[in-house]
Ligand binder design. Structure first.
Ligand code: FES
Length: 150
């Protein structure tokens, strides 16, 4: 089955079974490696993408459910060579240890800021509650998220 997906502002065609996880399509068919495979169960957040500006877990989302929506991956956050302010904040705060979880952290904070430009520290914590960092750099990640609030 051929599907048209709008990914990072471009219409892309893929020929995959409708129940293929969106994450597999993004990584394997479209060579977009921003979203990471972590748990594959919708629990860690490493695979997060934006669907119409809201965070979604691409490992458990069938590709057919994403068709007709605007899909944004970490790869598509920067515009005209400029990093998204959330990406820049994570660099400035040196929030990464291994960095594997940061795709999901950045996407989740971008989604939060999309509908709440001035989240409280408690709201930031709540938004990141289900994004896991196995290195334990949660303090730096929270500081980075706070830096992204302007
Ligand atoms: Fe999707 Fe963990 S890989 S939530």
């Amino acid at each position: 089955m051929t599907l048209k997906l709008t990914v990072n502002g471009q219409v892309r065609e893929v020929a995959v079974p409708l129940n293929t996880p969106l994450l597999n399509v993004l990584r394997n068919d479209l060579a977009l490696n921003g979203p990471k495979y972590g748990c594959g169960l919708g629990e860690c957040g490493a695979c997060s993408v934006l669907i119409d500006g809201m965070a979604a877990r691409a490992c458990v989302l069938p590709v057919s459910a994403a068709a007709g929506h605007d899909i944004t991956t970490l790869d598509g956050l920067s515009q005209n060579g400029q990093l998204d302010p959330v990406q820049q904040a994570f660099i400035d705060a040196q929030a990464a240890q291994c960095g594997y979880c940061l795709n999901g952290m950045i996407i989740t904070i971008r989604a939060l800021l999309n509908h709440n430009a001035q989240p409280s520290p408690q709201q930031i914590r709540a938004a990141l509650e289900h994004n896991l960092c196995r290195c334990g750099t949660h303090v730096e990640i929270l500081q980075a998220a706070q830096r992204a609030v302007v």
